[in-house]
Design a protein around this ligand. Structure first.
Ligand SMILES: [Zn+2]
Length: 146
């Protein structure tokens, strides 16, 4: 993902607090480039993305929806005017905190599964966090709920 309006040390701190690994790529203009990775030692029971297909379940080292939600929540908490662009499904842009909370419910429902499976699982179902909210550390604030 690309993040505007934050420093590398701020993003590192957020990732450390959540217990996920962050890798930085080459910055693009004023945007920092980073990728979150699941950390087996720090969060064995959460934030691990799982691919499910005809071939069965396949665990990956990607961070699931909940981990990304909690990470972005913290970014916008520190800077409500930050901007995030994810490479997911042809680029999703969040320009600021308000837009993040408005758009994220639809992103959670994006189907990742095959059409024959009715699109199951969706983004928010592709893990076994056991969380029913959007994130584990955080949820959508009530003023943004529809
Ligand atoms: Zn999850």
């Amino acid at each position: 993902m690309y993040v505007w309006g934050m420093t590398e040390s701020q993003l590192q701190e957020i990732a450390d607090n959540l217990g996920v690994t962050i890798r930085f790529g080459n910055p693009k203009g004023r945007a920092l480039s980073c990728t979150l990775r699941w950390n087996r030692e720090k969060t064995p029971d959460r934030y691990r993305h799982m691919s499910i297909s005809y071939l069965g379940e396949r665990n990956t080292n990607s961070v699931c929806f909940h981990g990304h939600f909690d990470f972005m929540y913290e970014v916008f908490d520190r800077n409500p005017d930050a901007r995030i662009r994810t490479g997911l499904r042809g680029n999703i842009n969040y320009h600021g905190r308000e837009q993040f909370f408005e758009k994220v419910p639809a992103v959670a429902r994006i189907p990742l599964g095959a059409p024959i499976m009715g699109g199951f699982p969706s983004m928010i179902e592709s893990c076994d966090c056991g969380a029913f909210g959007y994130g584990i550390a955080h949820d959508i604030p009530s003023e943004y709920r529809q």
